[in-house]
Design a protein around this ligand. Structure first.
Ligand SMILES: [Zn+2]
Length: 439
């Protein structure tokens, strides 16, 4: 039984087991209050239990605290194993992309990133007593040495058909653990599923058919650039083309591409040089960071390769500026750049409760009550036409470039957002959250 509410001398409890009247009497005698017991479906009971006592409270109850470092190395106890399993299962149920375990002043904080936003997971108040065992259990699952790390470590876990990248960071209070779900390519949506209009899909696909040229996706971290480029590779490039990707790290596994992961000892530039010797038609460069890679990429784009890359910039104009800063001359840039993608991600209105957060008087289980579930992209796709090409070639400043872009006819992101709000796909608050005020 879990307490649900207490007011004056009344205590209400919930259970998912058949109600035993004798038990009610006994509880009333024990706590000196009038007790009402409500029978609820198991799922509701378990969710409430987690909210009150925290995730894995039952699993950890009765388990001893973490051993001192010198005693480390023994098999993890059943409770810890169960806690980690419940944590992974909760993350999968919520559709989280990341799990963060962070030793902090108040104990061990557990957070999930769902639809791009971090949320704190309620955990038992004494979870920090088990933090070392939890970290060592995760390390064992990831094939790492379970003893406390002195240096950052990386490993992988396979959980119910999903791959997770595990990263351990030693911190003064123990170890910070980060788990990232790696999406298998099977889960990649179609171009239209990303939120692209049919006109934008056509623009992208026709740009992807031309050999030679550079396609740049821009937007802040977490705006979905990498997903867009991978979907483009998977859906718009036929198997008659050889695709090679250079990424840090590989996030989506594609079955139609050779994927190179840049490791600390291999720079983007040296990986790119090796990739070019493998006779590629299409090259994806995860992110253009240094002038050497930018030079090689443009060289490849000008010699008959389609090159896709992303840049962490606010918009297309800043992307052009960044490429110039990477040492690309206006002439080279103008002759290689084909298409610019600017994008953001907004959360979608929950389809189950239509954004109300509840269905049939109870909390919507699909969105957890916030009325939003899943995400959709806001896109502006700009083909580098004669006018933009001339502006880039003549080294036009940002103001001039912005004017040319506005005149290109592609809808600006705030307008795309407004249209999605009108269609009930997302909310005005969500668009403002992502694009900022003044929208
Ligand atoms: Zn809902």
């Amino acid at each position: 039984m879990v307490p649900e509410d207490a007011e004056g001398d009344c205590l209400s409890l919930m259970t998912d087991e058949p109600i035993n009247p004798d038990a009610i009497v006994e509880i009333e005698q024990l706590c000196g209050r009038h007790v009402t017991l409500r029978h609820v479906p198991s799922e509701l009971y378990r969710r409430h239990m987690r909210e009150v006592y925290g995730l894995g409270a039952e699993a950890l109850a009765g388990e001893g605290a973490s051993p001192a470092p010198q005693e480390e190395g023994g098999p993890p106890d059943v409770g810890t194993v169960r806690f980690v399993r419940e944590l992974l299962s909760e993350a999968v149920t919520k559709g989280a992309s990341d799990i963060h375990l962070e030793p902090c002043l108040e104990g061990l904080r557990v957070r999930l990133r769902v639809d791009g936003l971090l949320e704190v997971l309620p955990v038992p108040t004494d979870l920090s007593r088990h933090s070392m065992k939890v970290a060592s259990r995760i390390k064992v699952m990831a094939g790492l040495d379970p003893s406390p790390s002195k240096a950052p470590k990386e490993g992988r876990i396979r959980y119910e058909g999903r791959d997770l990248r595990v990263s351990i960071l030693p911190v003064p209070r123990g170890e910070a653990v980060h788990l990232r779900f790696l999406a298998p390519a099977g889960e990649l949506p179609d171009l239209s599923g990303l939120g692209l209009s049919s006109h934008q899909c056509t623009l992208l696909c026709s740009a992807a058919r031309i050999r030679g040229g550079l396609i740049v996706a821009c937007g802040p971290t977490g705006s979905g650039k990498s997903t867009t480029l991978h979907v483009l590779l998977r859906k718009a490039i036929p198997l008659t083309e050889k695709i090679i990707t250079v990424e840090d790290p590989v996030e989506y596994e594609l079955n139609n591409a050779v994927q190179v992961e840049v490791r600390p000892k291999v720079s983007f530039a040296s990986a790119l040089k090796a990739v070019l010797r493998h006779d590629p038609d299409v090259i994806l460069i995860g992110e253009m960071r240094d002038s050497e890679s930018a030079g090689i990429a443009v060289e490849a784009a000008l010699t008959g390769h389609l090159v896709l890359t992303s840049l962490h910039t606010e918009d297309e104009v800043q992307a052009i500026t960044r490429l110039r800063q990477l040492g690309l001359s206006p002439g080279l840039l103008a002759s290689s750049l084909r298409l610019l993608i600017s994008q953001r991600l907004v959360r979608r209105t929950c389809g189950a409760c239509r954004g109300t957060g509840e269905s049939g008087g109870v909390l919507c289980t699909f969105c957890g009550g916030n009325g939003l579930k899943g995400r959709i992209g806001l896109f502006r796709i700009t083909r580098v036409d004669e006018e933009l090409l001339t502006a880039i070639e003549s080294g036009a400043d940002e103001t001039r470039l912005r004017t040319v872009l506005q005149q290109s006819g592609a809808m600006a992101l705030p307008d795309v957002g407004r249209r999605l709000v009108e269609q009930g796909i997302t909310t005005a608050q969500e668009v403002t959250r992502v694009l900022g005020d003044g929208v």
